[in-house]
Design a protein around this ligand. Structure first.
Ligand code: ARG
Ligand code: ZN
Length: 471
């Protein structure tokens, strides 16, 4: 489900001219979606509606193998197109016919169907593959995290190439069925609902289903020895939590945090509007790096996050992303403020709810604790660059921008915007420009200058523009 296409008309024309038979065979799909931060991520010429991943994983060897069946529709006539993928491919079929393929670049799979595809045609692409994800690197790193009892795919913006072929850009969202075969006694976790599980011949199959459109970086896979729990929130949302059996001293704090997932989701619904997905949850594998990721409806948390006791604030952050980032997704990575600024602001609202300081107090504290010469003020939350996408300025200065909007429009309009935006673009994509227009329409206040100051201008904004000063 994407809006843009990146086939150049000139390229298409050139191909038509050089085609010896004289018949229209279509253009070559672009190897990137044209994102300014990550030009090679995503591809051109088609739109994916569904990924069906049928996989087998052996924790002892980190061997992953299986078949991805991708349902797509072309947005241009295509003689060739790309998927983003880093593992080894054995075979590709397009619409039932064997296709030629080649691995190119850092993570590109180039596919030439037996017959060219027409514009607006449905394409069923079947990719059979295998590999040891932890040994495969692209751009000098590996996004697959090996654990003592398995492996985990959870990373932003990269993680998909290490476990399934995709159109890896948030502008092309799709539904997912993920079916994983693992040895008995081991669990497999992915997004959405655990539809069924069954064992035979010493292997257990887990069938996970995500029925709402999901960006590829929000798809997750974890295999390991987990304890899986299910419950239902007061608001009626099924909750799935999972804990590695090997969390050591962090086990209690992890559980004390994630077991509040249902309660926090219900509370967030009062702030951000109805929860957009069919299930909610979180899992804690025994990984090392200390971050969390808002993997859709099944959040990834590293155990380190719980190293000092319970941390409901991070749970609030990742669950707020279900509205801001997952249901309403970025159209381009430079707009990361739409995700992180609002997820951080939700933490400030939670602090207020928990009587640990109001959002205004936290905004004033961030503002006053960062001196004017702090490099913090040089990163622009509205265009931080790929190297600073997750810089504290995107989060904290980003949340200051949200507080500035609140003070400019007043609480009534502010909370109408906070709740209305996820409804306005539910399951879709949007830009900061779209947000400005929406917030101006709902509040009746011009916000261009304010956003220019807080998102796009380097340096510490003068006290007169500080969020402390009510407009
Ligand atoms: N969206 C994530 C969060 O704020 C950011 C994770 C970034 N870390 C990473 N290793 N990719 O929770
Ligand atoms: Zn975040």
């Amino acid at each position: 489900m994407r809006k843009r296409l990146t086939i150049s008309a000139a390229l298409a024309a050139a191909l038509l001219l050089t085609n010896p038979a004289g018949a229209a065979t279509g253009a070559v799909g672009a190897s990137g979606a044209g994102d300014a931060y990550y030009p090679q991520y995503g591809n051109g010429g088609y739109d994916v509606s569904h990924y069906d991943l049928r996989l087998k994983y052996q924790p002892a060897t980190d061997q992953l193998e299986g078949t991805a069946t991708i349902l797509a529709t072309t947005t241009a006539a295509l003689s060739r197109f790309n998927l983003d993928f880093a593992l080894t491919v054995q075979e590709v079929h397009v619409n039932g016919r064997k296709a030629r393929f080649a691995a190119t670049g850092e993570h590109e799979l180039e596919i030439t169907p037996a017959a060219p595809l027409g514009k607006g045609e449905r394409a069923t692409v079947v990719v059979r593959y295998s590999g040891v994800p932890s040994t495969v690197s692209a751009y000098g790193f590996t996004a697959w995290q090996r654990t003592p009892d398995g492996g985990v795919a959870a990373g932003e913006p990269e993680s998909a190439w290490w476990w399934f072929p995709s159109n890896d850009h948030p502008s092309d969202k799709a539904t997912f069925d993920v079916s994983v075969l693992v040895p008995d006694g081991t669990q497999a976790i992915s997004n959405g609902a655990l539809v069924s599980q069954s064992s035979r011949l010493g292997w257990t199959r887990y069938n996970w289903r995500q029925t709402k459109p999901q960006a590829t970086y929000l798809a997750t896979l974890a295999v390991g020895r987990f304890e899986l729990n299910t419950s239902v929130s007061d608001g009626g949302i099924p909750v799935i939590t999972a804990y590695s059996r090997d969390l050591g001293d962090n086990a209690g704090a992890a559980r004390a945090s994630l077991e509040r997932t249902g309660e926090i989701t219900d509370w967030l619904s009062t702030q951000l509007g109805p929860y957009p997905f069919a299930t909610v949850g979180g899992y804690v594998p025994n990984t090392k790096p200390g971050y969390a990721l808002e993997t859709q409806s099944q959040v990834y948390y590293s155990p380190r996050i719980f190293g000092a006791g319970s941390n409901t604030s991070v749970v609030v952050h990742e669950l707020a992303h279900q509205w801001y980032g997952d249901s309403v997704s970025l159209d381009r990575w430079s707009d990361i403020w739409l995700n992180e600024g609002f997820a951080r602001y939700a933490q400030w609202l939670w602090s207020e709810h928990e009587n640990e300081g109001t959002a205004q107090e936290l905004a004033d504290w961030v503002y006053s604790s960062r001196p004017a010469d702090d490099p913090f003020w040089t990163v622009l939350p509205g265009d931080p660059g790929p190297d600073n996408q997750f810089h504290p300025a995107v989060y904290d200065r980003g949340a200051l921008a949200v507080q500035a909007i609140r003070n400019a429009v007043g609480d009534e309009a502010f909370f109408a915007v906070l709740r209305g935006w996820p409804a306005e673009h539910k399951y879709g994509n949007a830009t900061v420009e779209d947000f400005r227009r929406y917030a101006e329409r709902v509040s009746g206040k011009p916000l261009g200058d304010l956003l220019h100051t807080w998102l796009y201008t380097g340096g510490k904004p003068a006290a007169g523009t500080s969020p402390s000063l009510k407009a």
